[in-house]
Design a protein. Structure first.
Length: 279
């Protein structure tokens, strides 16, 4: 008898409304494409703990910012680690999965990232700028984001406790996102209009662009999983990291040509097949 297909619990919130993104549509498409290789069941993130032990792997996809269900997510994370549940992406990510501390760490280590501070006594490390962006360290989807002057920063709540991140507002030409499965680059998309973050078009990266994105994926050291490296192109042509999304990155698959979309699905299936097998 042939062996049964590996089983996957696909965690998604099909009803979550995100500006400029169709979370539900993307997950309906992607889960349907996985079904010829895996036995797939979809569930809401609040139901993952009750169901996860019955599957070979748990795939966390477009489940919305975890701050909207923080207690449930922490319970899921704790129990999954304790029970040895295979979660894809693995729960060892050092980037957005673990909060925004990585922006401070990378900034301090002189990686090409937007300079970042979280304490009043480190604000002098930020370069002069016309304006600054302050956002909660535990935030997501620009929730709580404020644009301030340098003088405004002196009275900013949260700097004494380290609960707020401050960055100079960058005058950039466009944003570009690089998408990886495991450590392998898949595709890139950019914003033709800097004011429309999710109106993306295909982008052909240069070798230098790929080296930039790869250095952050290598730093994160996830053996398996999907990662999205978000960057901005400054007026002088440099790329600076905006975000390294390693928890549940939206993929903008609807912006890809069919062949590129198929290639991504194939890469994901290959990665997930290896990940779901007992080691």
């Amino acid at each position: 008898m042939p062996s049964a297909q590996p089983s996957v619990l696909y965690v998604t919130d099909l009803t979550y409304e995100a500006q400029g993104r169709r979370y539900g549509d993307e997950d309906v498409f992607l889960s349907s494409r996985l079904r010829d290789t895996f036995t797939v069941a979809l569930c809401h993130p609040r139901d993952a703990v009750a169901l996860m032990d019955g599957f070979d792997a748990v795939v966390v996809r477009n489940s919305g910012p975890v701050l909207h269900y923080q207690a449930a997510y922490e319970d899921f994370r704790t129990r999954a680690l304790a029970h040895g549940v295979r979660v894809y992406n693995p729960l060892t990510g050092k980037a957005d999965m673990a909060g925004k501390q990585y922006l401070l760490d990378l900034s301090a280590a002189d990686y090409p990232v937007i300079p970042t501070a979280d304490r009043r006594d480190t604000l002098d490390r930020l370069p002069p700028a016309d304006a600054y962006v302050a956002k909660p360290k535990a935030g997501a989807d620009s929730l709580g984001l404020r644009v301030l002057t340098r003088d405004d920063l002196a009275g900013l709540d949260g700097l004494d406790s380290g609960d707020v991140l401050v960055q100079p507002r960058i005058d950039f030409r466009y944003e570009v996102s690089f998408y990886f499965v495991d450590h392998t680059f898949q595709y890139a998309l950019r914003t033709p209009d800097a004011d429309r973050r999710w109106a993306l078009t295909p982008y052909r990266p240069t070798d230098d662009d790929l080296a930039f994105a790869q250095c952050f994926v290598d730093w994160n050291a996830l053996d398996h999983g999907i990662q999205r490296v978000d960057a901005c192109r400054t007026r002088d042509g440099r790329l600076l990291l905006v975000e390294l999304e390693d928890l549940n990155p939206y993929l903008s698959l609807d912006r890809l040509a069919p062949d590129d979309r198929d290639a991504f699905v194939t890469a994901l299936k290959t990665s997930l097949l290896h990940f779901a097998q007992p080691h």
